[in-house]
Design a protein around this ligand. Sequence first.
Ligand SMILES: [Zn+2]
Length: 559
Amino acid sequence: MNLLPFKNLPAHKPRAFVPEKIDLGDWPQIAPLFDQLERRAAEATSADALELWLLDWSELNAALDEEASRRYIAMTCHTDNADAEKAYLHFVENVDPQLKPRQFALEKIYVAHPQGEKLPKARFQVFDRDVKNHVELFRKENVALETGEAKLSQQYQKLIGAQTVTFRGEEKTLVEMGRYLEEPDRALRQEVWELVARRRLQDVDKCEEIFEQLIKLRQQIAKNAGFDNYRDYAFRQKCRFDYTPENCVQFHDAVAKEIVPAVSEIQNGRRRQLKLEKLRPWDLAVDPQNRAALKPFVEVGEMVSRTQKIFNHLDAELAANFRQMQDLKLLDLDNRKGKAPGGYQSTLNEARVPFIFMNAVGLQRDVETLLHEAGHAFHAQATRDEDLYAYRGAPIEFCEVASMSMELLGNEFLEEFYSTPEANRARKTHLEGIIGFFPWMATVDAFQHWIYTHAGHTRAERKAGAFVAPAASHFHPSVLLRRIWHRAARRVAGVGEFKGGQGEGAGRLQKIAGSRRLAAAAGTVCGGGLQVSIRCRDDQAVDSTGGFRIEEALGSVLI
Ligand SMILES: [Zn+2]
């Protein structure tokens, strides 16, 4: 059974160093290449020779990265397939841990190399800085802990990928159920919302366990590397030289002050339009004028061909890029049982082509997600001619510039999916979603800081809501719930890239607790820390400003 949607992809450049025939899942075949590189570094007696050596190392990294990505893609496309799981875990358990000390050895050699200074500064200073940083952070004893992290992440994928409900006699994935939350029939929405929340709650203990094991592992990783907490470690590990945790707190406060009032206004308008006394969690996705949900497409093929037309309007190069992805079958877009949740873009680094994964069910949100992931994909395609492997990736913060911009650029041509009034409605929903995203992001981020700077907190403390994240009390829970639901269809940024610091995401999980309205929240982070489940409970019945009451909500969130 072929577990990948695409066939063999030719390398962007023919291999010059890695043998054509090699099993990149078999460490004994890989190790001699590292031996050779170590030996050859000593022989590099000019800057040119050192640069050639770097390119060979890049070629090897790209080939290994592609191998890891293929296994990750196969696993996430088939979380219920034992072979896919085995192949992925084999790489995680048997190749990656061997690889890390060998990469470290090469990095150390490079940092101390006498020819290093002669390399052109303008080209290599970012690379040099990152390699030096990595060398400083590397600890042999962390290798096994990182393997543990990857395995926990895979367990989480499997757990969430298996969640379904029986609705009107049919088995449905939770993502599929999302479409009913856009239905004008309020009783139906409530039924669906509760059904899904109950299903998620069934796995809450398993999620908590994974979450707690991850926190423990990460605390130890940070400690081993000489840091007080994992947050500070993660900032360094992700090469965040341009902003600090303190800047994040300022950002949270700014969002609370400037954005939250706008979101409250939008939500109040929604409540009035819906003629409701109180908005409930199942009232947040329906059209405020109670019109039927937008139905941009039925079949995924239709979504793809219409999105192609959007890019045709936008730019010839982008259009050609998206066409290439279709021709090479680099898309797995439909939602089905056994697929991991969310969406992501991964790069097949030797072929230097992107792959998009998502769970489309026929919503406007799917159109936004495809535009978003295509933005990431175009970013990857734009670096295709860069030969230094490390320079074909970007930090997560900048990756989102490409993707979120593409959502906005593409939205200009939504008439490919809709009549003009419908397209305008979709644009409004989209823009409101972007405004709503800020408090969600800030809250999740604040929770994450809290989690990692409150080492040793217990599950009971977390669930009791004993801790208040900075500015959390300003964030409206409605915002959280909306995002919790909506972000389920988002991307896991860069997971599957085996090389650290390439945007795999370091536990950006936040817990919101202690807010006036959120009496309890419990979270789960996995998948490089990107997936979050948050449970909220509010026994306080009503909020006087917006009229929200949150009972129990549990959602999977991808950020
Ligand atoms: Zn993204």
